[in-house]
Every structure is written in structure tokens, then in C-alpha cells.
Design a protein around this ligand. Structure first.
Ligand code: LLP
Length: 419
């Protein structure tokens, strides 16, 4: 069930009209549905029928603590990629023994912090990292639990910027070198091998790449076990795709759950899944106000008060995001609009050739499916404020992130007296 529906000509989030929220909160703002987040988590959880598994929410998709806590209360762990994310996860109540630490560039400081916080597992992505982890763990007289992230050389995901599982990508250890890497790991002090890890990409709507990677993992696990390595944890990463375009057919979560059971259910491993986008993408809209309508010979521009610094996916990935007015427009006479922001770049757009009825100045618009990789990718480009984030629960809403006004941003600059 969508949490965003028109009722009496007004777009609602759960049980509130978005126009009501916009009377109290300055536009633009992100607006999340609490119940959508919970439903997505439960839907995934219910599709999995394994004896032992953790959902470790990939908090890079949205690291607001209210959102992390929403999942944590439903039993989620976390996949983190920095000390900052690890701190957020802990602060939002995720038990350290449900946290996995991924990423190709962990610093000594980050490793030490994670060791001291007793996380479940390091997903190690290179031999260099393995040696650094061995050193740091030995210094602290601790054995760190490790999975090696294998690069399976499988192509998947919406576009090349978010593909991670091809041989030429910077991630993981070439699967062909897996056995020798495990041999090395088993000899290093401070390292305790417990598992294996893979992540092939993001926004994957076709189940086949998952099938291929699971098949490869099963083969590798058999070889590793035959060599005496303890592989008790299998982290299959995230990447589960969602529906952005009305004609897009998203990954069927139940098929994914069935595939996990079919391929991995008999391994006797704890299975870890690291979904990000699946849990958050369709939980939110970005509400923005029309500043100007500008019709040129070639285009009809709607200039809105949100910009690429608030939400960059269309610019960065050419990603499609549905854009609809807050007041339902049932006109048949549709125009092609380019919806653009105030930032001084032609790349500052949210949609091109979007068919809409008549739009006027001050009309509110909703940019859909912005819950994942939305606010986390925002910046203050053009010295624009960081915008509010709102969480709605039935009829109620709360601010879950305050605006940072331009003055605060400006005041971070320091001018040495010799300038
Ligand atoms: N695990 C690892 C190791 C990852 O690198 C990622 C995402 C995930 C899990 C979560 O993937 P998800 O379930 O969300 O697909 N900014 C891009 C997406 C970058 C994904 C990076 N890694 C976008 O807006 O499409």
C-alpha cells in the first residue's frame, strides 16, 4: 500500500495533507512515512525463511537516526562504512553485535574504534586492509571476526556508477584469489575468519545476477571449508531494487527470499542481508514550491525552490523520479515541463519533459521516491541551507532533522588575519 495518495484532490502522506505540513515547515523539505518504513522492513523480514539471518540495514541509504531507530526496533542490525555511520548506528540503538563494517578504505582510527566497540564482523576488501586489521587487533590483544569481500565479476545494477561486482570495480578481492587470501588471513595474528561477503551493485530488479553470485559463493564456500576454514557467516550484501518509474517492474522480494532459501538455506551459515534502498527509497517525498514559470521558445520551465544540492540523483545518475503536484490536477490538457532548481548549472534539474496540467507560481510539488540516497547526498552548494526532514506517523509529524541556515554554514569559514 502506498503511503502517498490523493484524497479530495489533496496529496496525503499517511493521514495528513502535505499542504498542511507545508504551512508549518519551510520548503523545501524531506517528508518520510514512518509506517511505510516499518511495512517495508516487515515485508522483507517475512519473505525470508532461513533458520539464522540478520537484516543489517545499510545506513548509507539514509542515516537519519530516527530512521535507523525505526529499523533497530524491528530487530535490524546495520551495515556501516565509516566511523561516523558506526557512531550513528550505535547511538540509534543497534547492538554492536549486529553491526558489520564494509568499505574499501577503513583507516586505522576507524578500525580501532570498531574493534573497541566489539562489532560483529569486518568485511575486508583487500590484503592491505587485512594486514592493517591484523596489526590493530594484535595491538589491542583481540581477535577480530572477519569475512573477506569477494568480487564475483558479475554485472548488475541500474548503471555503471552503482555497479560494484565487476572485476574492474574497486571493490572486494578477485574471486579467483579467494582461496589464497583466506590462506593468508588464517595465518595472521588478530584475525578470526568467520565468513564471506559479497555485494554486486544497487537498484537490481533482475533476480538472475543474485542467483549467479549465490551459486559462485556456494562453490567458494565448499572449497574454503574443504581447506579447513570456518565459514559460518555469509553476507550477501544489498542491492534489492525498487520501483521508481510507474512502468518499472521492481525485484519481487518474495522471489528474493525464496532464492535465499533455495541456494543458501542448506549451508548452515548465518545469512546477512544489507538492504538500503529497498527499505527507504519509497518512504519519502521532497516537497518543493514553484518559484517561477518560465516559458521559452523551446521549453516550459518550472523553477522550484529545491535544487540539486538538496537532491542530486537526477543530475548524478540520470535517475527518474516521479514529480506530482500536491493539488491533484485532472486536466486533460497536459504540457511538457522541465522541472529545475535555482542552482547555476544546467544539470540542476529534477525532471525533463514531465507531462503535467497547468502549474502556477507558489504551487507545491512532490518529488517521489527520495528516501534513499536523497538527504545523505545533499550538500550546501551555492551556500544553500540544509533542509528540514519530517517524519509522519498517521496524523502526527515531527522534525527529525533541523535546517542548517546559511549563516551557520558561512560561520564555519575562518579568515586568517594575514588574508
Ligand atoms: N552493502 C554495500 C557493501 C553497499 O556498497 C551498498 C550500497 C549496500 C549494501 C546497499 O545497497 P542498496 O540495497 O541500497 O542498493 N547512491 C547510489 C547508490 C549507491 C550504492 C552504494 N552501495 C544511488 O543513489 O543510486
Amino acid at each position: 500500500m502506498s503511503s502517498f495518495n490523493y484524497e479530495n484532490g489533496e496529496l496525503k502522506i499517511e493521514d495528513i495533507n502535505l499542504s498542511e505540513i507545508a504551512k508549518k515547515i519551510k520548503t523545501p523539505f524531506y517528508c518520510y512515512s514512518y509506517n511505510h518504513l516499518k511495512e517495508q522492513y516487515s515485508k522483507l523480514d517475512q519473505s525470508i525463511n532461513l533458520a539464522d539471518y540478520h537484516i543489517c540495514y545499510s545506513i548509507k541509504s539514509n542515516s537519519n537516526q530516527s530512521i535507523i531507530k525505526t529499523f533497530s526496533k524491528l530487530g535490524s542490525g546495520a551495515d556501516v562504512v565509516s566511523m561516523g555511520e558506526l557512531k550513528r548506528a550505535l547511538k540509534a540503538g543497534i547492538p554492536s553485535q549486529k553491526i558489520v563494517f564494509s568499505g574499501i578504505g577503513k583507516s586505522s582510527e576507524e578500525i580501532e574504534f570498531a574493534i573497541k566497540n566489539n562489532i560483529l564482523m569486518f568485511n575486508v576488501e583487500s590484503i592491505g586492509e587485512l594486514k592493517k586489521l591484523s596489526n590493530e587487533s594484535s595491538k589491542l590483544n583481540i581477535e577480530s571476526q572477519v569475512a573477506l569481500r569477494i568480487n564475483p565479476d558479475i554485472s548488475a545494477g541500474a548503471n555503471e556508477k552503482i555497479s560494484t561486482g565487476k572485476a574492474q570495480d574497486k571493490f572486494g578481492i578477485d574471486w579467483k584469489n579467494a582461496v589464497e587470501s583466506y590462506e593468508l588471513a588464517s595465518k595472521l595474528p588478530g584475525i578470526k575468519i568467520i565468513g564471506i561477503d559479497v555485494h554486486i551493485g544497487s537498484q537490481i530488479n533482475d533476480i538472475e545476477p543474485f542467483r549467479k553470485s549465490f551459486d559462485l559463493l556456494v562453490e567458494i564456500i565448499e572449497i574454503l571449508r574443504a581447506k579447513g576454514h570456518q565459514i559460518n557467516v555469509l553476507d550477501v550484501g544489498g542491492g534489492l531494487g525498487v520501483k521508481y518509474h510507474p512502468n518499472e517492474i521492481p525485484l519481487n522480494v518474495n522471489d528474493y527470499g525464496a532464492l535465499l532459501s533455495e541456494k543458501l538455506g542448506g549451508l548452515g551459515c548465518k545469512i546477512i542481508i544489507e538492504p538500503g534502498r529497498l527499505l527507504t527509497a519509497n518512504s519519502a517525498v521532497l516537497i518543493t514550491k514553484t518559484l517561477y514559470i518560465k516559458n521559452t521558445e523551446s521549453n516550459n520551465f518550472i523553477i522550484v525552490d529545491a535544487a540539486m544540492n538538496d537532491f542530486i540523483r537526477p543530475t548524478l545518475y540520470g535517475a527518474y523520479h516521479e514529480i506530482i503536484p500536491i493539488k491533484e490536477n485532472k486536466e486533460n490538457n497536459l504540457l511538457d515541463y522541465d522541472i529545475v532548481g535555482p542552482v547555476c548549472e544546467s544539470g540542476d534539474f529534477f525532471g525533463k519533459k514531465i507531462k503535467l496540467g497547468k502549474i502556477d507560481e507558489d504551487d507545491l510539488m512532490a518529488i517521489k521516491s527520495v528516501g534513499a540516497y536523497g538527504s545523505v547526498l545533499s550538500s550546501n552548494y551555492n551556500t544553500r541551507a540544509s533542509i528540514n526532514e519530517i517524519l509522519v506517523n498517521n496524523k502526527n509529524f515531527e522534525i527529525i532533522r533541523n535546517r542548517i541556515e546559511d549563516d551557520e554554514i558561512i560561520n564555519r569559514d575562518k579568515i586568517p588575519d594575514w588574508v
